[in-house]
Design a binder for this molecule. Structure first.
Ligand SMILES: [Zn+2]
Length: 199
């Protein structure tokens, strides 16, 4: 009975009964066959593993989009984007307080909301860029981020309002397309009431 390590919980799992994810690689084995990477999981760990994977992919996508927006607003090239600035964005994402120990909880403001705040701050940032001269790109980005921090609450509020509006629009649309059984029932009863009244 061969035992392997579960990729999610890191406990041992029987190779024969494990859930297996195979990934083809470009590497060739000595036999000439393509090398395949295998990930093993307990059945009970499969959902958590894929949920986490989807979450991380979503985070990465949002961070990429945020970085693109920042580069566009500040007019900087990808190669000039300071690595250290990612840490400052992560602090907002993780909900870290300035000066406190860093945590790695994703309990702060989502990257997509920070991006919205950047768009709200765009004209202010561009105006500051014209007025001031910055020694370094990082200095300029930090100055911009201070303006963005002040817009985070507005970005969150707007996002909430947009979500609410979408929900109401969706509910209204569903009602139009398919009036539910309750509405028919209510109408029947109303008809009945009128008949009763006429009697
Ligand atoms: Zn496991």
């Amino acid at each position: 009975m061969a035992l392997v390590k579960c990729k999610w919980c890191e406990e041992k799992v029987e190779k024969e009964s494990a859930f297996v994810i195979e990934k083809q690689t470009k590497e060739k084995l000595k036999s000439g066959k393509q090398k395949v990477l295998r990930t093993y999981l307990h059945d009970k760990c499969v959902d958590a593993y894929f949920d986490d994977k989807a979450f991380k992919e979503r985070e990465q996508k949002q961070l990429d989009s945020l970085r693109d927006t920042i580069m566009e607003i500040h007019g900087i090239r990808p190669e000039d984007f300071p690595r250290h600035f990612y840490q400052l964005l992560q602090d907002i994402r993780n909900g870290n307080m300035i000066g406190r120990q860093r945590k790695n909880y994703k309990s702060g403001t989502e990257y997509r909301i920070i991006e919205k705040a950047y768009l709200l701050a765009e004209s202010d940032i561009k105006w500051q860029k014209l007025k001031k001269s910055f020694d370094t790109t990082l200095g300029e980005l930090k100055y911009g981020l201070a303006i963005v921090r002040d817009k985070l609450k507005m970005a969150r509020d707007r996002d909430r309002a947009e979500k609410q509006a979408r929900k109401i629009a969706k509910a209204g649309l569903q009602k139009e397309i398919a009036p539910d059984a309750n509405n028919f029932k209510k109408k029947d009863k109303e008809d009945l009431d009128i008949t009763d009244f006429l009697d």
